[in-house]
Design a binder for this molecule. Structure first.
Ligand SMILES: Cc1ncc(C[n+]2csc(CCOP(=O)(O)OP(=O)(O)O)c2C)c(N)n1
Length: 369
């Protein structure tokens, strides 16, 4: 088990600061990287940032309904994790998944249209923010039940093994999810049955308003696989290249060794738990830390690229403009797409027809009786 970081301090902000200060990054040397790849990472991180800002705005304008959780502050984690996956690998996430959907290959148009609840959305408008799903890009949801994705992802890894495939399953979750029963059951089975799965805990230090230290007897979350003999690592989730490399190592080991692994990536949640959460439970110190430019993965990476001469002022502007256009186009596309007809409400509930499936609507007489 890699123990490169020793967080100090219990409590709240102190614990998270400890993690940040003690994490030793093995960030790759930029000179060994192709400029094209670096700029591509940067562009995709910026796309998620601007997409999520636009989503927040559209939500407050009542264009988007239901629950809505943003990846703001987690862009390096999202891009680093997904860069390590092959197209054929599967990804399961929690409800905070817009960025993952785009990073795994869904179009911003399809994701935005889903948020708007339109037929052109990736789940035909019936899923919304928490239920992006696409068999083609192999993002198999988006789950609103905390921990709901764990048994499903574990089952997918079993299916891969059963078929003799060489795909790997990645199962993303938040820190709070490591205290859910499904966590223990899933990791136990995955280890017993040698399943090719990487469980990824995105540690933003808070499950809604509850800090990791308040909820977890072992707050070093990457160690929590040890009860199941699952090797774990922690990485600085603000560093896209470090995340990519650590994840690649674990994904490829899962593939070649046919074993489960655990990765903890920490980064800051810039805003509240969901769009409607003003995060008043945070102390001023915690709020400042979350919004500190030194913890902003997009700003960190831009500075790094600028220093290395990879990102010039002109390129930065070009990227910013094209990202702005892409997000505006996605929002226009969503806005101008049709709403689904209510008669199709049950059409996509099951992959195959189910004999006794109820097709009754709440307004049907049978409900009124
Ligand atoms: C089984 C279940 N219990 C409670 C909730 C309500 N809930 C939604 S998100 C959340 C916090 C989860 O935190 P974490 O796993 O750290 O993910 P984060 O939102 O920080 O990304 C809770 C308790 C739920 N959706 N499902």
């Amino acid at each position: 088990m890699a123990d490169t970081a020793k967080p100090k301090g219990g409590g709240t902000a102190k614990g998270s600061r400890g993690r940040r200060q003690n994490q030793k990054n093995e960030s790759p040397n930029l000179a060994d990287e192709s400029s094209k790849d670096l700029l591509d990472h940067y562009r995709r991180m910026l796309l998620i940032r601007r997409f999520e800002e636009r989503t927040g705005q559209a939500y407050t304008q009542a264009r988007i309904g239901g629950y809505c959780h943003l990846n703001l502050g987690e862009e390096a984690t999202v891009i680093g994790l997904t860069s390590a996956l092959h197209e054929r690998d599967y990804l399961f996430t929690n409800y905070r998944e817009h960025g993952y959907a785009i990073a795994k290959g869904m179009s911003p148009r399809g994701v935005m249209a889903e948020l708007y609840g339109r037929t052109t959305g990736v789940s035909k408008g019936w899923g919304g923010s928490m239920h992006m799903f696409d068999t083609e890009t192999r993002l198999l949801g988006g789950y609103g039940i905390v921990g709901g994705q764990l048994p499903l992802a574990t089952g997918a890894a079993l299916a891969v093994t059963y078929r003799g495939g060489d795909e790997v399953v990645m199962c993303q979750m938040g820190d709070g999810t490591t205290n859910i029963g499904a966590w223990h059951e899933s990791l136990n089975i995955a280890s017993l049955w040698n399943l090719p799965i990487v469980y990824v805990v995105v540690n933003n230090f808070t499950g809604m308003g509850t800090t990791v230290e308040m909820a977890s007897a072992e707050p070093d979350l990457y160690k929590r696989g040890s009860a199941f003999r699952i090797e774990g690592k922690r990485v600085d989730g603000r560093d896209v290249l470090a995340v990519r490399d650590t994840t690649t190592e674990l994904v490829e080991r899962a593939r070649s060794e046919q074993r489960p692994f655990l990765l903890e990536a920490f980064s800051y949640r810039m805003k509240g738990h969901s769009v409607v959460d003003p995060a008043k439970y945070r102390t001023q110190e915690q709020a400042d830390e979350a919004r500190d430019r030194a913890n902003d993965p997009v700003a960190i990476f831009a500075e790094k690229l600028e220093e290395a001469g990879v990102l010039t002022e002109d390129t930065k502007k070009e990227i910013a403009d094209s990202v702005r256009e892409e997000v505006a186009d996605a929002a226009d596309f969503a806005e101008n797409s049709p709403h689904p007809d209510v008669s199709t409400l049950f059409d996509y509930t099951y992959a195959t027809p189910v004999a006794n499936e109820s097709k009754r609507m709440p307004a049907d007489p049978v409900f009124a009786e």
